[in-house]
Ligand binder design. Structure first.
Ligand code: NAD
Length: 464
């Protein structure tokens, strides 16, 4: 099928590349010229395991193209994905101005070329499906008026004849940064919200190779469930899923804080409750709380939506407040061990909000750095991706080192912030020998406590 993906961030680029890989002809549109130039040269602007390889092969085979020209993308696609950002506003609600600009642009460029499906892939407030439809329509009207106004013998009837029909479908994205390509080929479900069976049928056709597991890690698994709903329910599913996962993490963090006080070990407690099939063992790792570009903004946006309807989302507000407190738990632990933090040097292992990504949006490390700086602490960090990328110089208040031993050198404590797999195999004995004071605060309960103690560290976990 002919596909256009507008917005080439973590979601749009992965979606475009994966759809091209399964055989569709995809044009990716972004208004960031630098990004488009980079992608045209075969390079990915983001780090995501496995992405560069299939991006290059699909570009070489001609299945995948990049442009800044929205009109060319709209003319090409029978399915048009909107995958631009919806960052949080200071009030907590989503900033939908990028979605609005794209919807208007699509309307202004819809000009024949047959029926099209416009897909909201961005996480958008409930009700956005109808809103996008209205904006596209207003874009069409603008264009018609321009055509009529420009004369050239085009009547308003003729101008409207040139515009084909369209429908809006909500197709929320559930990929995880760090395993986005894997998740796209191995989804737990595909959600399609819309009210025209024709549009839903086109979406199913688009996803057939994924639904039938033709590109899955295990092709023998049963077909991917496809849930067809109305627009609002599909939009709500995305928010509810993220709110549930964030709440589950806040729950285990609350349990960890109680464990710390009563002398229980939250890692054992999590195992014990996770074996209950009603609870499940995922998202029960206690630590420094949730961050990244999705959970914080989506939970806040849902609270805001509830507020708009006069409903106070108490549970979600509590999940947010537990998380805000949790982000500073490592500062408390450092104070317990080192007492005075002024004049001390603390080394952070990891900066990104999770491993296998270069995304620093709302990363807990940022709060930690800011707070430690305020207390007069010198902060250094080593992160497998950030230490190599251009971001190195872009984070205020922290000196980014190029390897873990340079990080340890002269530190009064190390703090594990991100659970990168490579942190399990560092030479901790050597690192301990380079430190002023071999203390390690494991903010993710990720490292082997006994091995760390053997390497000479005083080990402090969260809730254990
Ligand atoms: N990042 C994730 O893990 C994730 C997961 C699920 C859903 N989502 C949702 O998907 C959406 C996109 O998230 P993201 O992380 O990919 O965002 P991003 O910020 O990484 O990328 C957005 C892209 O859109 C481009 N853009 C902005 N305005 C544009 C315009 N008018 N025309 C063309 N391009 C434009 C930007 O240049 C950028 O490349 C958000 O709504 C987000 O909530 C994200």
């Amino acid at each position: 099928m002919r596909v256009c993906v507008i917005g080439t961030g973590y979601v749009g680029l992965v979606t475009g590349v994966c759809l091209a890989h399964i055989g569709h002809h995809v044009i990716c549109v972004d208004n960031n010229e630098e990004k488009v130039k980079l992608m045209k040269s075969g390079q990915s602007p983001i780090f995501e395991p496995g992405l560069s390889e299939i991006m290059q092969s699909s570009s070489q085979s001609g299945q995948l193209e990049f442009t800044t020209d929205l009109g060319a993308g709209v003319a090409h696609g029978e399915i048009l994905f909107i995958a631009v950002g919806t960052p949080p506003l200071p009030t907590g609600e989503s900033d939908t101005r990028y979605v609005e600009a794209v919807a208007r642009g699509i309307g202004e460029h819809l000009d024949g070329g047959g029926y099209k499906v416009i897909v909201n892939k961005s996480t958008v407030p409930i009700g956005s499906g109808d809103w996008v439809k209205m904006i596209v329509q207003s874009g069409i009207v603008n264009r018609q008026q321009a055509l009529v106004g420009a004369g050239g013998g085009i009547s308003s009837e003729k101008a409207s004849d040139r515009v084909a029909g369209f429908d809006v479908v909500s197709n929320p994205e559930f990929l995880r940064e760090g395993s986005a390509v894997y998740d796209t080929f191995n989804p737990d479900r595909i959600v399609l919200g819309g009210n025209n069976p024709k549009a839903i049928a086109m979406m199913k056709e688009l996803y057939i190779p994924i639904i039938e597991r033709s590109f899955a890690a295990d092709p023998t698994l049963p077909a991917v469930p496809v849930l067809v709903t109305d627009l609002s329910s599909a939009e709500m599913i995305k928010y509810a899923a993220n709110a549930f996962l964030a709440t589950k993490i806040s729950f285990i963090n609350e349990v960890a804080n109680i464990c710390d006080r009563v002398g229980a070990d939250v890692t054992e407690v999590a195992k014990g409750i996770g074996l209950d099939s009603r609870i499940g063992n995922k998202f029960l790792q206690a630590g420094i709380g949730w961050g990244g570009s999705c959970f914080p903004k989506d939970v806040s946006a849902l609270v805001h939506t509830a507020d708009d309807y006069g409903y106070e989302a108490q549970l979600l507000k509590a999940a947010i407040s537990v998380n805000q407190r949790q982000r500073l738990i490592l500062v408390e632990k450092l104070q317990q061990v080192l007492k005075i933090l002024k004049g001390k040097t603390v080394g952070l292992l990891g900066l990104t909000f999770k491993p296998d990504t270069d995304d620093m949006r709302d990363a807990p490390a940022l709060n930690l750095i800011e707070h430690l700086n305020r207390l007069g602490t010198t902060v250094k960090a080593y992160d497998p991706i950030v230490s190599q990328s251009g971001l190195r110089d872009g984070i205020a208040g922290v000196l980014v080192e190029t390897d873990a031993e340079r990080l340890a050198d002269g530190c009064d404590a190390l703090v594990l912030v991100t659970d990168w797999a490579q942190f399990r195999t560092l030479d901790y004995a050597k690192m301990a020998s380079l430190m002023n004071n071999p203390v390690l605060i494991d903010g993710r309960n990720f490292l082997d406590r006994e091995a760390l103690i053997k390497a000479g560290f005083r080990y402090v976990g969260v809730g254990r």
